[in-house]
Design a protein around this ligand. Structure first.
Ligand code: ATP
Ligand code: MG
Length: 424
């Protein structure tokens, strides 16, 4: 694609969250980019850059990209990727950063990915594929596996890590009998429960090669001490002191590279950003899941650590082996801590429309917007409202900066976890 050589690029980011704000900020700074847009964006995106087409409206995004004469579309969330937005954009001659639908299946079907891991000997939890409730009941009792997962996309709500056999059977019933996630849960997995620390490994992929971003760790539970309900992510830190270069190389060799080889052999090479959720077990790193896109809050945590121009690497993913022409990713000698500011009640019901003040940034502390809107003053509009990212030479400095920002930002019903990266 000619876009590889171009400067003066016009880039459209498709995302409404803090991940999208983070991507837009990095893309705007690229010397290759003359104009950057974001849709649907949020109150953090400057008005002239912002458009209002929703990320699920694929026809609308294709039309918008054509109207704006976009050279490269960067897709944030999984739903449009799995639905084939990259195929649709390519069909009208517009380059898109992300996998085509038949490669995004690595996120779109957890059953596909587990069977793929088995074929390619990629380390992952033992599992059974289940098609009906009777089968689930028998298999849970026989195997003792307590992790229950819907096959398809459930916006982060399709996984239950049960404590008891009865709990696992209930979770299977909710999916297979009560259809709480509709067709996404009509086939399920049951898995062995792994123990260890988790890490998020994100990699630019060009079908054959991978360039890994700094490893990150997110905090999914709503309350301090990892209690309370699961959320989209309440905080994050990177890079990880417990994931050194040797371990990173092992994750690349044992998990990422066999995946790229397997996908290429199947005629569905993986281009874009591959996110591996990894459990660091006593037996070594094991794959928990793949996502076909950047993580949130991992992205807004990791991007400020990258010295290189990420647009170069996004362009490098478009052609087979396109990344081999690029130098290794250059990182700043810093660490990052991200604290997510949310509305009381999130991930359940919450109120919105509260004025936001006190979000002055410094060179080492930045706010990325999620549920905010300008009307015309800045007000809250979502569950996760802001990500406050502190940078520093070590975690105690970065953490203090992130927390100072989180504390200083003011809106009614604000809550955040103050224990992010406490044990980094
Ligand atoms: N086999 C397992 N053993 C132990 N914990 C697990 C296992 N599988 C999943 N989990 C836990 O459940 C969480 C969610 O699982 P998974 O990442 O597969 O779901 P997801 O809904 O696709 O998540 P995301 O929204 O991050 O994409 C994991 O981060 C991990 O904490
Ligand atoms: Mg997932």
């Amino acid at each position: 694609m000619s876009v590889m050589k171009d400067t003066d690029l016009r880039v459209l980011t498709v995302d409404g969250g803090a991940r999208g704000h983070g991507l837009h900020c990095s893309i705007r700074k690229s010397p290759r980019v003359s104009r950057a847009f974001c849709t649907p964006g949020n109150g953090g995106i400057p008005d002239p850059d912002r458009r209002s087409v929703k990320d699920t409206d694929i026809d609308g995004i294709v039309r918008l990209a054509q109207d704006l004469q976009i050279d490269l579309v960067v897709v944030g969330p999984e739903a449009p990727l799995v639905a084939g937005i990259v195929n649709r954009l390519r069909a009208v001659g517009i380059a898109a950063f992300g996998p085509t639908a038949d490669a995004a299946v690595l996120e779109g079907s957890k059953i596909f990915t587990k069977a793929f891991c088995r074929r390619h000997k990629i380390p992952t939890a033992a599992f059974r594929i289940i098609r009906n409730f009777e089968q689930a009941e028998t298999a849970i009792k026989e195997s003792g596996f307590l992790v229950v997962k819907a096959d398809g996309l459930c916006a982060g709500k399709g996984v239950t890590v049960a404590k008891t056999e009865a709990g696992a059977i209930e979770a299977a019933r909710a999916l297979l009998v009560d259809n709480i996630h509709g067709p996404a849960g009509s086939s399920i997995l049951i898995e062995e429960c792994l123990t260890g620390r988790e890490c998020s490994i994100m990699a630019f992929c060009d079908g054959h090669n991978a360039v890994l971003l700094p490893p990150a760790r997110d905090f999914k539970r709503a309350e301090e001490g990892d209690r309370g309900p699961n959320t989209g992510g309440m905080g994050c830190y990177a890079p990880l002191p417990d994931v050194d270069d040797a371990l990173l190389a092992r994750i690349k060799d044992e998990i990422i590279m066999p995946t790229l080889r397997g996908m290429a052999e199947a005629g569905t090479p993986y281009h874009g950003l591959l996110y591996a959720g990894i459990m660091l077990t006593k037996q070594g790193p094991m794959l928990i899941e793949y996502n076909a896109r950047f993580g949130d809050p991992e992205t807004q945590t990791v991007l400020p650590l990258i010295e290189s121009d990420i647009v170069e690497y996004m362009l490098g993913t478009l052609e087979l082996s396109g990344l081999t022409k690029l130098p290794p990713l250059k990182l700043k000698p810093l660490v990052a801590v991200c604290t997510v500011l949310a509305s009381n009640g999130y991930p359940g019901k919450y109120e919105t429309g509260f004025p936001i003040t006190g979000i002055e940034e410094t060179s080492s502390m930045k706010f990325f917007h999620a549920g905010t809107v300008r009307s015309p003053a800045l007000v809250t509009s979502g569950g996760r409202v802001l990500s406050c990212v502190g940078l520093g030479e070590n975690f105690s400095i970065a953490r203090e900066r992130s927390q100072r920002g989180a504390d200083f930002a003011t809106f009614s019903n604000k809550f955040y976890r103050s224990d992010i990266a406490a044990n980094a």
